[in-house]
Design a protein around this ligand. Structure first.
Ligand SMILES: [Zn+2]
Length: 530
């Protein structure tokens, strides 16, 4: 009997770019079609040709609306894909704002590069995809409820299970060619707002499990403990007299905070609090949460998002008007402070002793959020030097991802796994740690690489048919721009720590010297080869 095949086009050896191709009897189905996100060399992969013919894909099964899972769907459709995109109804609604927003950012980015003077003689940059491409891909979406088996294409049966990660998120169970598969998608933690703990079937042939936090364990924090932490921050920020500015992700984190703030206001713990939501995308995402509020398990049908203390800011003028406030809470995106209206609020509030900046989300290396969190005294925002005098605070118990123990518990609950476990969506350290942790539970724990194709027989170990793309190894595992970002975030602080102006200038001269030496080594080598 011929077994179905599985090819890894992304989220293998790395977290983002989720895209898995399942082939059987001349039919081909994708699970996810996401963007690579992170360092520039990784994002460049989004512009490479697809490793398959988009017109030859029969259907897509989509786990959720985060861009690293869905963000290449517009390009897939633009290049000839015409099949159905299956996902939950909430994911469909979220795609309706996420994909057009991503397209606008792609169009603006291409436009910005084309206007650069140093590119005047080069051919124009075209955006990865356009708003029209995003809208065309939305026409292909077919919503499906959780827990119901359906035919994806003839020969492929699927069922979506609650993944507990964000609104609409699902794991994908697939029956194809006699083999029983389960793709975790991204898995949520226990004790999360809105969603029940992740679920799934028991007894599969091959299990694919995400590994984002495969090497991290959190102390378990209950909803009430987290709300108490937020309450303490709000009260302390008020005592200092200024605003409380919270950089947020538009999707899910904003709504979790709003629910927690509504509970705190209504129970009299932080009376008369005024909360401003200053992100058009976050406001639109909140409307979709309102629409699906009956699926959100701890809302109890109540409409917490329409609270008299909440103000959704629309225009740029209104946004600038928030500068006059004091003692208010301002939620604004982007979550890592790299773009969006949050930068304007940081520029205004960072220099003020009375203001508080509260981080509630992951801050990647090299981002403005990370720089502020690590204690920089001055930062550069939109071409201006900004002094940091505000209080910098963080709550790290908000998370949309299962930690190491929760991932292992999820794998355990899927037993018996007769073929094996394939670990995806992780950096090398997280993958290695989870592999260790799961080895005692499941036979054949594998860590596939991008480009690899595996045969997945029922009841037997997966067999590798094709090796991975060696050209990507360096991009995935090392990026000089990461090291550069890391160095530059600390450079000024480290120079300031050097005693005396003269020593500082000497250190700078030596750095220049090293750069010159490498520069001239390259030139002389170049000449020799010429
Ligand atoms: Zn996700």
């Amino acid at each position: 009997m011929i077994a179905p095949t599985l090819t890894f086009h992304g989220a293998a050896g790395t977290v983002t770019g989720s895209c898995f191709e399942i082939g059987f009897a001349r039919r081909r189905v994708l699970v996810d079609c996401g963007l690579f996100q992170g360092p520039r060399s990784l994002e460049a992969l989004n512009f490479q040709p697809f490793a398959f013919d988009p017109a030859g894909i029969d259907a897509v099964l989509l786990t959720h609306a985060h861009l690293d899972h869905c963000g290449l769907l517009p390009r897939l459709a633009a290049e000839g894909f015409k099949g159905p995109i299956w996902c939950t109804e909430a994911t469909r609604d979220l795609l309706g704002i996420m994909l057009p927003d991503a397209a606008r950012i792609q169009e603006q980015e291409a436009d910005r590069r084309n206007r650069r003077a140093d590119r005047a003689d080069e051919p124009p940059v075209t955006p990865l995809y356009t708003l029209a491409d995003a809208e065309a891909s939305l026409d292909l979406v077919h919503p499906m409820p959780l827990d119901e088996q359906f035919e994806v294409v003839p020969g492929f049966q699927a069922r979506l299970w609650n993944a507990g990660h964000i609104l609409g998120s699902a794991s994908v169970e697939l029956f194809v060619g006699g083999t029983h598969l389960l793709f975790s998608g991204d898995l949520g933690p226990d004790n999360k707002s809105f969603h029940l703990d992740p679920a799934g079937p028991r007894g599969v042939d091959h299990l694919l499990c995400e590994s984002t936090y495969g090497d991290r364990s959190r102390d378990p924090v209950t909803l009430e403990e987290r709300r108490a932490a937020l309450e303490a921050e709000v009260i302390e920020a008020r005592r200092h007299g200024g605003n409380l500015v919270i950089p947020v992700f538009a999707l899910e984190r904003t709504q979790e905070l709003l629910l927690d703030l509504a509970v705190l206001i209504d129970s009299g713990r932080v009376p008369n609090l005024q909360v401003f939501i200053d992100s058009p995308l976050a406001s639109r995402a909140t409307e979709i949460f309102r629409k699906h509020r009956r699926e959100l398990h701890d809302m109890k049908g109540a409409d917490a998002f329409r609270h008299p203390g909440f103000h959704f800011v629309e225009s740029v003028e209104q946004s600038i008007g928030l500068n006059r406030l004091s003692g208010a809470v301002i939620l604004s995106a982007s979550g890592m402070c790299e773009a969006g209206r949050i930068r304007h609020h940081l520029r205004h509030n960072l220099p003020q002793h009375g203001s508080t900046i509260l981080f509630v989300g992951f801050q990647a290396q090299g981002t403005l959020g990370r720089t502020i969190l690590e204690g920089a005294r001055r930062v550069r925002i939109s071409g201006r030097d900004v002094a940091v005098r505000a209080r910098i605070r963080r709550i790290d118990s908000y998370s949309a991802h299962a930690d190491r123990e929760e991932l292992i518990a999820w794998v355990k609950a899927r037993q018996p796994v007769t073929g094996g476990l394939l670990l995806t969506h992780g950096e090398p350290a997280a993958l290695a740690a989870l592999k260790n942790g799961a080895a005692a539970l499941v036979p054949n724990v594998l860590v596939p690489e991008i480009g690899e194709t595996w045969a997945l027989p029922a009841g037997a170990p997966a067999k590798r048919l094709k090796t991975g793309r060696t050209d990507l190894r360096e991009i995935l595992h090392r990026d000089w721009q990461n090291d550069y970002a890391d160095l530059t975030t600390q450079l000024k602080q480290r120079l300031q720590r050097i005693e005396g102006e003269r020593n500082r200038r000497e250190a700078i001269a030596r750095i220049r010297d090293v750069l010159d030496r490498y520069g001239s080594a390259r030139t002389s080598r170049g000449k020799r080869h010429a």
